[in-house]
Design a protein around this ligand. Structure first.
Ligand code: FAD
Ligand code: NAI
Length: 476
């Protein structure tokens, strides 16, 4: 077992860990990153959940399935005739795998460029001493590395349904959900959160009959109610069957598929027979194999690593970021925490503004938001003004042939400061950035309303919604 000394060791090479490693190296630290993810051939696959079985492959399949749906349903409206339309699921999956590999390889390149030493294997704490924290790497060979500063970025895993463990054949996590080899006739998803809606959309577009079973009586409770209502209307129109307020009972997996017993919102006993079931009921922080006990690293009651606002753990020099700590489980949140921690280690003042972290659900229509929802403002008693603008009245949306949804602004009643921006509609994943920038700069709704936006563009709906706060839309 060799022994190597670094300034900083990052455990986990997902978006939190790899970005932290690069930023620390840019700041002059001698950095190592350990990641255990294996590709199909057993080699390294940097990028974590996000790159391998999360953000990137899901967006690749969302794009492919959207093309298929357009070719089958909306091209005709544009005067484009498609004959003999067919589906090659194997090709679609292999394209997705190529996109993933491009991202894996990109991180290897970035590590070389920034001189980050990469160790492929599982990293675990051995002990703390004057030399720093000793970390064992179990990979093809066993190695030992030591550093005074450690960043834990070990991510999260899918939460299984009690009594129905993932077999990735019939009962699928997000991993299996991204590599179903043939379109299932009937597909169920448990949980109508972000994964439920995105993966449900992929397989519905490809031809599956999809039912989503959700425990809560409200649809997308964290989303602004008006936006969630609009989205539910659109999904229902697409035949994505969403049942709210259900209580899932026994789930049995057999040769013919999966049977799910559940109680519906009215208390009626129901059962559903499907070919495949995707369980998307949230994720749990991952500290498996980290040997946190060896150094006394403190976890909270959810199993997340306990950290303060600046990602400091209870141990001096040990930091934790991303899905393994509190806060939203989003790749860009993990990245921002990684950058901020590297900068704090260098004596700088890295900062993450939790009030301006955007959320995007990449369905069709897309859903995106930043800041507070109307129901949150009502509950807090803050006086606010609201302005909305529908894509129906936007020229670019009409030209695209996609006029679903709206943009909604919420601004302080007295100061006009933007408190939240909520969107449902085409390409709002891109439009939300303007709202994030505006909120970071503490802009007022009037600031956005006075800015020149290109015509015709979807972003004009943002300007118009800002104008609507003051009841002076020009095109509605
Ligand atoms: P991870 O990405 O989970 O990376 C952790 C890494 O650490 C992994 O490579 C793991 O193998 C490694 N590791 C763990 N323990 C050890 C150990 N002891 N030694 C060595 N290595 C270890 N977020 C978005 O912002 N946008 C999206 O569109 C989006 N889509 C998603 C779609 C799906 C289907 C899923 C499941 C998630 C999605 N997310 C999305 C969430 C996003 O993937 C996570 O928030 C993000 O990956 C968290 O980054 P992380 O670096 O904290 O952890
Ligand atoms: P989620 O938290 O978004 O949704 C889980 C849903 O399951 C909730 O609506 C919850 O009420 C429901 N639920 C929980 N237990 C249930 C039960 N027993 N029966 C029925 N319903 C139940 O979690 P999800 O979809 O698994 O995604 C995990 C996380 O991954 C997300 O919260 C998000 O942080 C991240 N993600 C982000 C994406 C993005 O940014 N576009 C895409 C996909 C995932």
């Amino acid at each position: 077992m060799s022994d190597k000394q670094f300034d900083v060791v990052v455990i986990g090479g997902g978006p939190g860990g790899y970005v932290a490693a690069i930023r620390a190296a840019q700041l002059g630290f001698n950095v190592a990153c350990i990641d255990e993810w294996k590709n199909a051939k057993g080699g390294p696959a940097l990028g974590g959940t996000c790159t391998n079985i999360g953000c990137i492959p899901s967006k690749a399949l969302l794009q492919s399935s959207e093309h298929y749906e357009h070719a089958g349903h909306s091209f005709a409206d544009h005067g484009i005739k498609v004959e003999g339309l067919g589906l090659d699921v194997a090709k679609m999956l292999s394209r997705k795998d190529t996109v993933v590999k491009q991202n894996n390889d990109g991180i290897v390149y970035l590590f070389k460029k920034n001189k980050v030493a990469f160790f492929h294997g599982r990293g675990s704490f051995v002990k703390a001493s004057d030399a720093g924290y000793e970390i064992k790497v179990e990979g093809a060979a066993e190695e030992s590395i030591t550093a005074k500063q450690v960043i834990v970025a070990t991510g999260s895993n899918a939460r299984p349904l009690p009594g129905a463990p993932f077999d990735e054949e019939n009962i699928l996590s997000n991993d299996g959900a991204l590599r179903i080899g043939a379109v299932p006739k009937k597909l169920a998803l448990i949980g109508s959160g972000v994964i439920g809606l995105e993966m449900g959309s992929v397989w519905r577009r490809l031809g599956a009959e999809v039912t989503v079973l959700e425990a809560l009586p409200t649809f997308l409770g964290a989303v602004d109610e008006q936006i969630a209502k609009e989205a539910l209307k659109a999904f229902t129109k697409q035949n994505l069957k969403i049942e709210l307020g259900v209580k899932v009972g026994e789930v049995k997996s057999g040769k013919k598929g999966v049977s799910i017993a559940y109680t519906d919102a009215k208390g009626g006993a129901q059962s559903l027979e499907v070919d495949k079931l995707i369980v998307s009921i949230g994720r749990v922080p991952n500290t498996i194999g980290l040997n946190a006990e060896a150094v006394g690293l403190k976890l909270d009651e959810r199993g997340a690593i306990e950290v303060d606002e600046e990602c400091r753990t209870n141990l001096p020099g040990v930091w934790a970021i991303g899905d393994v700590v509190r806060g939203p489980m989003l790749a860009h949140k993990a990245e921002e925490e990684g950058v901020a921690v590297a900068e704090r280690m260098a004596g700088q003042h890295g900062h993450v503004n939790f009030n301006t972290i955007p959320w995007v659900i990449y369905t069709s229509p897309e859903i995106a938001w930043v800041g507070q929802t109307e129901q949150q403002l009502k509950a807090s008693g803050r006086a606010y003004k609201a302005g909305t603008f529908p894509f129906l009245a936007n020229g670019r949306a009409r030209a695209l042939g996609d006029t679903t949804g709206m943009v909604k602004f919420l601004a302080d009643a007295a100061t006009d400061e933007i408190l939240g921006v909520h969107m449902v509609g085409p390409m709002v994943s891109e439009l939300i950035s303007e709202a994030v920038v505006a909120m970071e700069f503490k802009a007022s709704a009037e600031d956005i309303a006075r800015i020149c936006h290109a015509h015709p563009s979807l972003s004009e709906a943002t300007k118009e919604a800002a104008l609507a706060v003051d009841k002076r839309t020009l095109n509605f």
